[in-house]
Design a protein around this ligand. Sequence first.
Ligand code: DC
Length: 195
Amino acid sequence: MIFTVAIDGPAAAGKGTISRAVAAHFGFAHLDTGLLYRAVGAKGGDPVMAARALTEADLAREGLRTLEAGQAASRVAVIPEVRAALLDFQRRFARRAGGAVLDGRDIGTVICPEAEVKLYVTASAEVRAHRRWLEVGGDEARVLAEVKERDARDMGRADAPLKAASDAMVIDTSEMAADEAVATALAVVAARLGR
Ligand code: DC
């Protein structure tokens, strides 16, 4: 069975939690595509060369979850040649047998416009910054500024900007508990599978 669940949205909206839960529930493979860009940003040197030479080991390196790694990822993600180098891998993953969940910024719009289910998971910048701050600590105002800076870059870039696909279902998690957001997503996928 070929079945793709595309989950897009800004940082810390809850995409990861929802993606992991959907993948576990339906037995689908899961790809956190942000990790690809984080690994490219963390490698240093020429980002295009880094993207072309990316390996599994690069994805497993430590420190990819920090705010700094997120900013570095967002900066290399504006480069069209970096995005092009990562395209085939993501497309093949999306259409692999057995079902796949991919979360990122452009999955429903560019990587897999034919996805069977498209979700756009969002929340206010303040709520997302607060969640991220609970994880990383430090100065909450700085975390909010980082979130806003990354939103502006990810939404404003020319190539594959972050936006909801016209046929995506929007889940705003600003005032939703995680289990409620997960239940909403599971119901959408189950309905599309006819279960
Ligand atoms: O989801 P994340 O926070 O790990 O993503 C890090 C950065 O990578 C994000 O700010 C923009 C970029 N990214 C992208 O451009 N396209 C994707 N599909 C996933 C991430």
